[in-house]
Design a protein around this ligand. Sequence first.
Ligand code: PMP
Length: 354
Amino acid sequence: MKRWEDNVRRVTPYVPGEQPKLQKMIKLNTNENPYPPSPEVEKTLRQMETDQMRLYPDPAAGELVRAIAEYYGVKESQVFVGVGSDDVLAMAFLTFFNSDAPILFPDITYSFYDVWADTFRIPYRTIPLNDRFEICPQDYRMNNGGIIFPNPNAPTGAVLPLDAVEQIVSSSPDSVVIVDEAYVDFGAESAVGLTAKYDNLLVVQTFSKSRSMAGMRIGFAIGSEILIRYLQDVKYSFNSYTMNRTAIALGAAALRDDAWFRETVAKIEATRDRTQKELRRMGFSLHDSCANFVFASHGEMSAADIFSALRERNIFVRYFNRPRIDNYLRITIGTDEEMDQLFAALREILGLSA
Ligand code: PMP
């Protein structure tokens, strides 16, 4: 080992889901939306002038911030935007989690949280979900340097009612509580309204799932003006131009077409309900999901074996070889046609008749 390697910041990175480059495949492994973004997005893209690329974008991403503030009924000074919610969350970890007391998050949750904590040297403690894979608010009543959890949780899809979210926020007034609402549009109640009441609450959302724009990388946070100001200070001490011109314009365009958004979300919810019924019929057990994925375990065959058998058929789902969840598959909700092909493959793998 070279001497200089002693001073390298070493991290064990987050492992994103596979992005295979196959012509024909069914990709249900990274919770992308199977439908395209609003036609407003395409129209806006076609009107963009390449000559403008010479110029830096607006560092404040004003057009997008205004559109988000208007859509959610908050002030512009309560909105922070970033390159996907991963960027917003990483910035929030760096900004708000600076205590010697550990930050708290569920033992089964988005697997980026422990990676950011390690990267930024933030002490953390994981709080076990109960046997039904639910977050119990009373378990978070302890000295802490901050709290973060997704609602709905990932990869379980389980939702926490808003009064339970409020219990967690109100019982830790001396630290910042982040609610990661990446999947909130698929059936959970957002905590955005609570940001008016609690200045220590930051709600983070994304355009990657419900707005079909994972490739554009747009995420945002809504919180009290003071929280947002602190986030801006860190962002401007790190990289002023996080959002590119295209993302700013197309994100704002997506928000102008609410009908498209609602229709797309409703289609996914209907397919999810059908998927849950179908999987239960095949012997899977699963809790009701409020996200654009389901989390399922089969009584007869191991998740690892089903994962591999699906993969051989070019059907990609997500398998996490982690304690408590190593017999579960996380399956993103695709189109009805994709799910029908998944069901057919599963019947074949499990030796079931149609
Ligand atoms: N939070 C959760 C819980 C997620 O599952 C994801 C998707 N990997 C993200 C945040 C980040 O999504 P994005 O950066 O695309 O907004």
